[in-house]
Design a protein around this ligand. Sequence first.
Ligand SMILES: Nc1ncnc2c1ncn2[C@@H]1O[C@H](COP(=O)(O)OP(=O)(O)OP(=O)(O)O)[C@@H](O)[C@H]1O
Ligand SMILES: [Mg+2]
Length: 356
Amino acid sequence: MQPPRLEISNIVKDFGGRRVVDDVDLTVMPGQVTCLLGPSGCGKSTTLRIIAGVESQDSGTINVDGKLVCNGAMSLPPEQRNIGLMFQDFALFPHLTVAQNVSFGLAGRKVTDRVHELLGKVGMASHIDDYPHQLSGGEQQRVALARALAPRPRIMLMDEPFSGLDDRLRDDIRDETLAVLKSEGTAVLLVTHEPGEAMRMADEIALMRDGKIVQRGAPYNIYNAPVDIQAAAFFSDINVIRGKVEGALTDTPFGQFLAPGVPDGTDVDIVIRPQHLKIEFDRAGRGPSPTPVEGTAARGVVERARFMGASSLVEFRMDFDGSILKAVVPSVFLPKPGMPLWLMIRRDRCFVFAKE
Ligand SMILES: Nc1ncnc2c1ncn2[C@@H]1O[C@H](COP(=O)(O)OP(=O)(O)OP(=O)(O)O)[C@@H](O)[C@H]1O
Ligand SMILES: [Mg+2]
């Protein structure tokens, strides 16, 4: 089996006595996109800068293709690491043409072929003699990608590379970039604080918080099996229903939930995303009958309903304790405030977390 393209182990970095990167392990396989995802200030860029070699770690090792790049004792300079970089404030050389930007730093006979190949891949072949100021933001981004890929880096490090682009353009450029990176077989470590971007781009997401990787996995797994309530909340709005465990079960106004392995008397949070609540009509003060899949219905009154295009976001004030629960429903449904409705919770879509 081939070794990971990139493998970092036990990376630690302090700034002014504060631990900013705290024992981080990451691996990226060839042709794979790993997203380092986390809130602002959690240490993503610092981790990337250490891998690139423009910042040094306090301890820990980095291997590329199974070969040591740096540890406490030695460190290859950035230019010998065979790593491509693309940052948000990527700057093309303003006085060079598109072709000259892409070929900058390349040597050898095949340079022209490589430049044409890459500009073809990023859809910029017709702009080969243009200067950067003649290009739109998205076009400049494409050229920057071609330039970063030109020397055939083993690994591409990308730090929020799409954040300067407007929404519609960003989706297209993300998809195009992904296609080009896959066709080149490059291993990619992409930093972002946007869960949507990570889910769209990543084969694997590494969720980072306060300098630590708190969870790693495929987007589907991270979204559907978060390790804790913060991990759940990072990906969408959440609803929280409180309960206390008795005999591995917790009783709530929505019926009983399983809490396997949680000791009696423990307070738990039952977490459910707004799109996994089901709404039923009120029939003369009565709700639907309980089912094994959706439990017991609880009544609430519509506090606010917002039309959001493909869906509606409906906020309910619940009869049982006056708390607010949010449901996302198809936008054909837009109830008026004050309307009583019943909510049910999809058992298979809720997460039960013991309180610390
Ligand atoms: N050179 C430095 N000296 C001192 N503190 C630093 C330095 N570089 C980063 N930090 C601090 O380390 C923490 C992590 O910074 P980092 O840039 O890695 O965060 P980030 O996850 O990339 O955030 P963002 O999403 O906002 O870019 C921040 O609190 C930052 O202020
Ligand atoms: Mg950053």
